[in-house]
Structures are given as C-alpha cells and as structure tokens.
Design a protein around this ligand. Structure first.
Ligand code: DGP
Ligand code: NA
Ligand code: NA
Length: 213
C-alpha cells in the first residue's frame, strides 16, 4: 500500500534459496549494480556470524557444538532481532538493504527438521517484512553439481530437498521466483530489474510492514 504521508526510504530486499543456489554471488552483483547507479545500499547477511549470538550459530553450523533444534532456531531468530532497529534506521535514512537470507530460511530450515511450521514462524513476528523476496530456485541435485556441498551441517541433498518444499509453503505476493539454472547473466538481469523497480516503489513512499504480512 502507498502511504502518502511516509518518507522516501530504502527498500528491504531479501534473497533466499538453497545452499549453492548462487544467492551470495547475486547479492554482491546487486550491490555493485545499485552502487553504480548511485543508489545508497548495503549488503547484509543472516546469520550475521560477527555477533556473540552469531558465533554460537557458526560453531553449531560447523559441527563444533550441538544444540537442541528449538534452541538453535531461537538463536537464529535472536540474531535477526539484534539487527532489527539498525535495519529500520538504515531504511528510514534512505539506504536500501540487500539481505542474503532472512526469516524464510529460519522457518524453512528448522521446519525441514520436523519442527512445527507455525512454531517456527512465531519468533519472527514483528521483524520488518521485506518489500521483495527474490527466490533463486534450484533442485538440490543441480545445486550439489555446482562443486558439491561443503561440510556444514545442512549441506546434504536429502535435507535440502525438504528445505525446498518448506520454502514453497512460504511463497506470498512479495516473492519473485527466478530459475537459478538460467545463464548467470539472465539471472542477473532479472534480479536487477526487480530490485530497481522495488527501490522506486519504496522511494515513492511504500509503507514499511511487519512479518508475517
Ligand atoms: P549461509 O551462511 O547463508 O551459508 O547459511 C548457513 C546455513 O544456515 C545454511 O545452510 C542455511 C542455514 N540457515 C540460515 N538461516 C537459518 C535460520 O534462521 N535457521 C536455520 N535453522 N538455518 C538457517
Ligand atoms: Na552454506
Ligand atoms: Na550462502
């Protein structure tokens, strides 16, 4: 919805996808593109492994520590909450944020382990809702062909297949699904077009909203 009283602001754009979907490279590419056209922009990623909570998450992902599934779910969520107010300040100051993973990863990865879907969504309620979610769609088999998965906890074909199914249950009107197996330049072109349009809508005063909306 357009709110005539609201200020121009930056756009909150999230990229989601399975591991090896090419998300992180496309995030960097979008960052350079927006910079080159003079748009104030920052690239963020979740988990943010630099905070104290982020270090616990990082130890878990690299199998240096074990945590109960619910506990790690809440830590991932806390890691987003600890950045929430800075996120709002940046957007209101006119900076567009490109975010590599967000609450959708939170719900998809944890519910793929068997945790209740709605239980997984609950701690994300009240975080800022993205203006656009760009989902880089790839099958886990195709993703694994891209140099193979690494050693981190979730990087297995069978598990990634479950994650993909959970992602499908999260699609809403803010999602754009892009085929991650198209040639890199085509993926890049589509993403640029979507993001530039989204930035313009937010500059025109699109209201900020909250999850889950
Ligand atoms: P990345 O740094 O983007 O490679 O993400 C690390 C791994 O953690 C990746 O397999 C996706 C997973 N992940 C990201 N966010 C969350 C989350 O909020 N909850 C859970 N359970 N997993 C997540
Ligand atoms: Na990863
Ligand atoms: Na990644």
């Amino acid at each position: 919805a357009l709110n005539p009283n609201s200020q121009p602001r930056g756009a909150l754009v999230v990229l989601e996808g399975l591991d090896r979907s090419g998300k992180s490279s496309q995030c960097s590419e979008l960052l350079s593109h927006l910079q080159s056209i003079g748009c104030p922009v920052e690239l963020w990623r979740f988990p943010d492994r630099n905070t104290a909570v982020g270090q616990m998450i990082s130890a878990y992902l690299s199998n240096e520590s074990n945590l109960d599934d619910h506990t790690i779910h809440l830590l991932f969520s806390a890691n987003r909450w600890e950045k929430r107010s800075l996120m709002e300040d940046k957007l209101k100051a006119g900076t567009t944020l490109i975010i590599d993973r967000y609450s959708y990863s939170g719900v998809a990865f944890s519910s793929a382990k068997g945790l209740d879907f709605d239980w997984c969504k609950a701690p994300e309620m009240g975080l800022l809702a993205p203006d656009m979610v760009l989902y880089l769609d790839i099958s886990p088999e195709k993703a694994a062909e891209r140099g193979g998965y690494g050693d981190e906890r979730y990087e297995r074909v069978d598990f990634q297949g479950k994650v993909r199914e959970k992602y499908q249950a999260l699609h809403d009107a803010s999602w754009k699904i892009v085929d991650a197996c198209l040639p890199m330049e085509e993926v890049q072109k589509k993403l640029r077009e979507y993001v530039v349009e989204c930035v313009a809508t937010c500059q025109n005063g699109r209201a900020l909203s909250h999850l889950w909306s």
